[in-house]
Design a protein around this ligand. Structure first.
Ligand SMILES: [Zn+2]
Length: 818
């Protein structure tokens, strides 16, 4: 007779960590529904949810909808609950799942059931079988019903009764229990898919978003989601919801959340009024209920925090920095160094910090725009955002009154009563929802800020009041009529009114609208959220207070380690490079104008000079075993060979290693240093000298690299490397440019004056530093243009560069102390 199989999903609503989790909404249905849909794919005669009496009425509708029956039993003695159900339905085999696992591997469940049934037919049947190594929350247990009934009678251990499986597998002397490593397709022990905490629940939401298809999901779909950038970098937007800071931050975040499926954190004690109305507005636009969260998940959650809070407090900065990544929008506080990335959409008024990126095309455009263009100016708005610390509002309004006496002038101030004695100007308090009302004005006078851009998009004439040289430059850049910094009077106002830039030009708007259409803030944040945060490559730990930022640019952030002094790339949105053939050919050619091999002889000449230096310091005599790490096509090995060394090479590029072996006939190993065993590769445990020519900057983990070099170098041996210098003329005269053009795969920037401290940690002592790469044309004096190459002044700069060691590259030679 065929055995009767019963799928039993164990469920209760009284979870202490996440109450009622089985009925929490996930995607468009409750968590339990996901579990049941997956388990329905496993072949069985019965499908049951086993619960307690209190939960039963709440669960029944979901069960019914998914073709499951609901059985109520003992709340705490789950073992008894199962046994009572088994006796009721007279099942032979139980497939047990729990209701907090929406991403069950139903295919693995079926496979393990099949395996269990095979065993039953064999001479070695088992009482219990489960796969090990599945993601935490994707597995089931297959249990022999008669064995479980027997086990329940044999134990009065409370733990056995609170659970089900332990009654069998904790009594292996009585029962045959098999834990079988899951087939490779299902084996992923490090992943977690269960829902036990609030963080798990948020993670499940992102998995559902990622998959965005009908349930249940296949193993491959679930694994792809769990390993995706999206699920592993969930964005939590943190807008300012403080009274007095306006609703602009909230609007911007909700809009970005609609575009990016991000979460928005709104603490339940927020003081901003009208939040619910605003949230409803974005619900209409596609914001889903789960996206609003009232608490921040715990530290196990890989959150990418995006703040839009005007000014973070230090406490907030610290809290957010402890998450996976921190991105700040228009951040105005003194704690910007906590941020991995700063995106400025409106530049801060005093420009205290350098953002990674400044881009006005993320500004939200008003819906209400002027239908007809009128050149007459009758209705004027003077609106300087914030507190107007420079006091521009009154002089601007009075100048306008002199120049355009018939116009209707509205001036926005915080305290209108203060101006009640000034006639013919309508002073008013802040205007609610100004963005959608701004089109009513023929002319808007503002400073550099959101209002000016909104007015431009609405089709109004705009005059900007510049308070700094920078704001003048920005006004020029975006083609605004403006009054330069300094006094605001009628004459200057008249001049601005006569400017041909006063009225928005079609091209100006078209250009901005186009870029606006292409640039969604949500899309930008999604891209940034995939960026990598990197620790100091030497120290490898994240300090509790962030390292000082040295440079920021559109794709990267650089810091100086407070512990070892190394300058390193601390954030990048670029993907890791692959060092394939193209790297030495197309990429090299792009940078230097010739291929690496075409350049071979001139590189080799440099190598001969370097190897002479190494030779002069070597103490070993006899056979000089020399290893070049990152040997490429072997110019240094070739030079070393000519000077009597025994050269060995290692490189990550297969093609290069093949070339070295077959054409130069030197031993060479294709490996990613430090993952290499020189004894196995070459039969050598320690070398007399080791070099890395323009390689050391490519390692994210310098600690392991320098440790390994130290380990495989003889005491007294020479370790030499060359690398771009963080103290050369390019870095010193224009650091921003230097770091902007620094290659994307240079993770550390060495400064000769600080190198000793770092190298000492690994037992090295610097014996010689050679400043190389002297470029007189890169000196500011030469850049101004009047110094011809080869001229006396040019030669003087070259000498000065050598004397002061201002070369853009550096060679460092050190000895391993014995
Ligand atoms: Zn460090």
């Amino acid at each position: 007779m065929k055995s009767k199989r019963a799928v039993i999903v164990q469920c209760r609503l009284s979870s202490s960590r996440l109450p009622g989790k089985a009925l929490l909404e996930l995607g468009s249905k409750p968590v339990l529904s996901w579990v049941l849909k997956a388990m329905k794919k496993v072949s069985a005669e019965y499908y049951y949810v086993a619960t307690d009496h209190d939960s039963l009425p709440l669960l029944e509708p979901v069960c019914k909808e998914n073709g499951f029956k609901c059985f109520a039993g003992d709340l705490n003695d789950v073992l008894k609950r199962f046994c009572d159900l088994i006796k009721t339905i007279k099942a032979d085999i139980i497939i047990r799942a729990t209701a907090d696992n929406p991403f069950l591997f139903y295919e693995a469940a079926q496979a393990s059931l099949d395996e269990f049934e095979e065993k039953l037919k064999s001479r070695h049947p088992c009482d219990y079988l489960t796969y090990t190594g599945l993601p935490h929350g994707s597995g089931v247990e297959i249990i022999s019903a008669p064995a479980l009934l027997k086990a329940a009678d044999m134990t009065d251990n409370p733990y056995d009764h609170e659970h089900v499986g332990p009654a069998l597998y904790n009594h292996k002397e009585n029962f045959n229990c098999e834990f079988i490593q899951a087939p490779a397709r299902f084996y992923n022990p490090k992943l977690r898919t269960t829902i036990d905490t609030f963080s798990d629940y948020l993670r499940a939401q992102t998995i559902v978003n990622y998959l965005d298809s009908k349930t249940p999901y296949s193993t491959e779909q679930i694994l792809a989601a769990c390993n995706s950038d999206y699920v592993n970098n969930p964005i939590i937007l943190v807008p300012s919801v403080t009274k007095g800071q306006g609703t602009g931050h909230l609007h911007r975040c909700l809009s970005a959340a609609v575009q990016s499926q991000a979460f928005v954190y709104i603490p339940s004690d927020s003081t901003l009024s009208g939040i619910d109305t605003i949230i409803d507005e974005y619900r209409q636009k596609g914001l889903l209920p789960y996206q609003i969260i009232n608490e921040l998940p715990d530290s196990t959650y890989p959150a990418v925090i995006v703040t839009d809070c005007f000014c973070m407090s230090e406490q907030e900065a610290q809290r957010f920095y402890s998450c996976k990544k921190l991105i700040c929008l228009d951040e105005g506080s003194d704690f910007c160094d906590y941020a991995d990335y700063l995106l400025d959409i409106i530049p801060s008024y005093d420009c205290r910090h350098q953002p990674n990126k400044f881009d006005t095309s993320y500004i939200t455009k008003p819906n209400n725009v002027r239908k007809e263009r009128t050149l007459d100016i009758e209705n004027i708005l003077v609106c300087i955002g914030g507190e107007d610390p420079a006091g521009l509002t009154l002089p601007a309004a009075q100048s306008l009154l002199k120049v355009l006496p018939g116009a209707h002038i509205t001036a926005v101030v915080n305290d209108p009563l203060k101006y009640k004695d000034i006639l013919n100007i309508n002073f008013t308090g802040p205007i609610e929802n100004l963005r959608e009302k701004i089109y009513e004005y023929d002319l808007v006078v503002s400073h550099y800020g959101l209002t000016s851009f909104e007015a431009l998009f609405a089709g109004c004439a705009v005059i900007m009041l510049a308070t700094t040289k920078l704001h003048e430059k920005l006004a020029q850049k975006y083609d605004f009529a403006y009054i330069p910094q300094g006094k605001i009077d009628a004459a200057r106002m008249q001049q601005a009114l006569e400017s041909e830039k006063l009225h928005p030009k079609a091209e100006q708007i078209n250009q901005m609208q186009m870029s606006l259409a292409q640039k969604s803030l949500g899309g930008c944040l999604k891209n940034l959220s995939f960026g990598q945060r990197l620790p100091c490559p030497v120290c490898r730990t994240l300090p509790s207070k962030p390292d000082a930022v040295i440079a920021r640019n559109e794709t990267r952030t650089y810091r100086r380690c407070q512990s070892c002094g190394m300058v390193y790339m601390s954030f990048t949105i670029e993907n890791d490079m692959e060092y394939k053939k193209a790297y030495f050919f197309e990429d090299y050619k792009k940078q230097y104008g010739k291929t690496y091999q075409e350049d071979f002889e001139s590189i080799k000449k440099q190598c001969l000079r370097r190897m002479e230096i190494i030779k002069s310091y070597e103490q070993s005599g006899g056979n000089h075993n020399y290893l070049d790490i990152g040997c490429a096509y072997g110019p240094s090995l070739s030079a070393a060979g000519e000077l009597g060394f025994s050269p060995f090479g290692t490189d990550i590029s297969e093609d290069a290693v093949h070339y070295v072996k077959s054409k130069l006939h030197f031993p060479s190993s294709c490996s990613a240093f430090p993952d290499m065993d020189p004894e196995k590769e070459f039969g050598i445990t320690q070398f007399d000298s080791i070099s890395m020519w323009y390689v050391i900057e490519h390692f994210k983990n310098l600690d392991s690299v320098l440790s390994k070099v130290s380990e495989i170098l003889k005491d007294g041996g020479i370790f030499a490397f060359s690398t771009p210098s963080g103290e050369g003329i390019s870095a010193k005269s224009d650091p921003d440019h230097f770091y902007t053009i620094s290659p994307q795969d240079h993770y550390s920037i060495w400064e000769p004056s600080r190198a000793q401290k770092i190298l000492k940690k690994y037992g090295f002592e610097i014996i010689k530093i050679v400043s190389t790469g002297h470029h007189p044309e890169r000196f500011p004096a030469a850049k101004k243009g009047n110094i011809a190459p080869g001229s006396i002044k040019w030669k003087m700069l070259d000498r000065y560069s050598r004397l002061m060691e201002l070369g853009d590259t550096v060679e460092i030679y050190c000895r391993k102390k014995s």
